[in-house]
Design a protein around this ligand. Structure first.
Ligand SMILES: C=C(O[C@@H]1C=C(C(=O)O)C=C[C@H]1O)C(=O)O
Length: 102
C-alpha cells in the first residue's frame, strides 16, 4: 500500500480502488440475480445460514484489527441486505414471467 502525504494522493488512491471495486460489486450482484432465477421458492431468497456463512468467510480474511473486522461485517451485512432486495425483484419478475407462460 502506498503511503500518502497529501489529500490529493489519498483521493487518487481511493478513486483508483473504486474503479476496481464497482465492476466487482456489479459482477457479484449479477450472480445474486441468477440466484433469483434459480431459487424455486420465494421463502428461500433470504437464507440465514448462507448470510452467516458469507459473513464468517469474509471476516476470516481480515488480518488487521477488531475495528477493521467490524467494518467488514457491517459492510457485508448491508451489502447482503441490498442484494436480497435486488434478488426479490428478480425472483418476482422471473416468476411472473413463468406464470404468464403457463
Ligand atoms: C445469493 C443468495 O441469496 C441471498 C444473498 C446473499 C449474498 O448476497 O451473498 C446471501 C444469502 C441470501 O439470502 C444465496 O442464498 O446464496
Amino acid at each position: 500500500m502506498k503511503s500518502c502525504t497529501t489529500m490529493q494522493d489519498v483521493r487518487q488512491e481511493i478513486d483508483r480502488l473504486d474503479k476496481q471495486l464497482v465492476p466487482l460489486l456489479l459482477e457479484r450482484l449479477a450472480y445474486v440475480a441468477q440466484a433469483g432465477t434459480i431459487k424455486e421458492s420465494r421463502d428461500t431468497v433470504i437464507d440465514e445460514w448462507r448470510i452467516e456463512d458469507v459473513v464468517k468467510k469474509v471476516k476470516f480474511n481480515v488480518t488487521s484489527g477488531h475495528s477493521e473486522s467490524e467494518y467488514i461485517e457491517k459492510l457485508y451485512r448491508y451489502l447482503i441486505t441490498l442484494s436480497i432486495e435486488h434478488e426479490f425483484k428478480i425472483w418476482d419478475q422471473h416468476n411472473k414471467n413463468l406464470e404468464k407462460r403457463l
